[in-house]
Design a protein around this ligand. Structure first.
Ligand SMILES: *[C@@H]1O[C@H](CO)[C@@H](O)[C@H](O)[C@H]1NC(C)=O
Ligand SMILES: *[C@@H]1O[C@H](CO)[C@@H](O)[C@H](O)[C@H]1NC(C)=O
Ligand SMILES: *[C@@H]1O[C@H](CO)[C@@H](O)[C@H](O)[C@H]1NC(C)=O
Length: 416
């Protein structure tokens, strides 16, 4: 009897030890997973581990700047929106998603600005059979896909108490457009209801073959304090990089902004109407907003002559619904989560599609608003003040038209 008791006690003790041991193991692997996930997102070269994407042999441990913790979960909507197949970008994305899931170890790529460019033609050809048939600019884009942190040339003090940040894509030579925006819909300051508006222009640098506007831009930045400039070449396929640097800058310098407007310097925005709309939103909608002119069920252009040509071997699938890049608005609350997924979603050459993919990763879909006219209004309404007063955004207007329209919609004599 005593023996049985002793045996039971021993069995109980052993089981307890085992349970304890197992749970501590479990805990450890849970932490391990966590660390792996952050590790994955800390790197720019997510794709490198995977056998279906060939990589260059690692040089050394790349310098990694500390990144904030992942504070976003990757939504399943991204998988639903983007097919898994053999196209390069699709493979990169799924490879990155798998890394996050499996918390695998990675060979680190060189993410420094000087070392990020993929210069090996063979490597790109191994991954993309018809790489050499791609347009030159597209090839250039592919070589720089991992280059995400260009040097800052001009920075500005942060924006406090900002309700709406207007982040306007401009280029160095667009002095006139910027001035028109400043004098009209982009005017900084306090609007009715105590809503503060802050304006920043986002610039790259002029290509070497262009006149050098550096001293003028520096003067302008000093005078107005509303310019951000990075050292990368202005080009269509670098707009994604521009979006990316905005999303790196804003969470640290403007993280209290309630809303961010991202748009071009040739749009007309009815800022008071936009503010009224944003202020009218309920709290839950205001915290996950991504609104604009929504383009749904679009697919890549496959004609190499098209400005937005995307080769099939690069991306295969439809585009997720996206808000036209001429101008859209999103919640400041999404800045941190977006910042996290920036390192997961590979660069896509079309910036508004790219940002939509990032939103998709967060499970946020664009909301259509009829007030955003990124493809302009009907021909006969293009001078119509009442039409402009009724809308939130109209693309595109010259600096002169902008001033005329702005004055017009604010005229006390205007009857609509
Ligand atoms: C990254 O590349 C740059 C330029 O090629 C080089 O100077 C740097 O040492 C590299 N960093 C690492 C960690 O390999
Ligand atoms: C922003 O905050 C700083 C420090 O708190 C203050 O000096 C500055 O005046 C503020 N700027 C605005 C525009 O409120
Ligand atoms: C983007 O900018 C980088 C840095 O200036 C440049 O090397 C690259 O060629 C640009 N990409 C395109 C597609 O123009």
């Amino acid at each position: 009897m005593r023996r049985i008791k002793t045996i039971s006690a021993v069995i109980l003790l052993v089981s307890l030890i085992l349970v304890f041991f197992y749970s501590s193991l479990h805990l450890e692997s849970a932490y391990g997973h966590q660390a792996g996930l952050e590790d994955v997102l800390r790197q720019h070269s997510l794709e490198v581990h995977d056998s279906d994407v060939k990589i260059q042999p690692p040089t050394q441990e790349a310098s990694t700047t500390p990144q904030p913790k992942l504070n976003a979960t990757i939504s399943n909507n991204l998988r639903k929106a983007i097919p898994q197949n053999g196209a390069y970008w699709n493979r990169l994305l799924y490879s990155a998603l798998r890394s996050v899931e499996n918390a695998e170890n990675h060979i680190r790529g060189n993410s420094s600005w000087s070392g990020c460019r993929e210069t090996s033609q063979e490597l790109l050809q191994t991954n993309i059979q018809d790489f050499t048939t791609y347009p030159v600019l597209f090839q250039t884009f592919l070589q720089g896909m991992k280059c995400k942190s260009p040097p800052v040339l001009i920075d500005q003090p942060s924006c406090n108490n900002t309700f709406l940040l207007l982040a306007i894509k401009s280029t160095p030579e667009h002095f006139e457009q910027r001035q028109a925006v400043r004098e009209t819909w982009g005017r900084e300051g306090m609007y009715p209801g105590g809503l503060r508006v802050r304006l920043v222009f986002l610039l790259g640098s002029s290509p070497p073959e262009d006149p050098d506007f550096t001293p003028l831009v520096a003067l302008e930045a000093k005078h107005y304090g509303d310019m951000l400039q990075w050292d990368f070449r202005e080009s269509l396929f670098n707009l994604t990089l521009k979006m990316n640097v905005l999303l790196q800058w804003a969470p640290k310098s403007c993280h209290h902004a309630s809303f961010i407007f991202s748009g071009d310097d040739d749009v007309f925005v009815n800022t008071p109407a936009l503010l009224r709309y944003l202020q009218s939103l309920g709290a839950s909608k205001a915290s996950r907003l991504y609104v604009g002119h929504v383009i749904s069920s679009a697919s890549p252009h496959r004609d190499p002559k098209n400005k937005y040509f995307i080769p099939l071997s690069f991306y295969d699938g439809p585009y997720p619904a996206y808000a036209g890049g001429g101008g859209f608005v999103f919640s400041g609350d999404l800045l941190q989560p977006l910042h996290s997924v920036l390192r997961l979603v590979p660069f896509f050459p079309i910036d508004d599609v790219y940002i939509a993919m990032c939103f998709k990763a967060l499970g946020v879909s664009p909301e259509a608003h009829a007030g955003f006219k990124t493809f302009d209004v009907q021909e006969q309404d293009r001078e119509n003040l009442c039409v402009h007063k009724d809308h939130l955004l109209i693309h595109r207007r010259s600096p002169q038209q902008m001033k005329k329209l702005w004055k017009g919609i604010h005229s006390p004599f205007l009857t609509c």
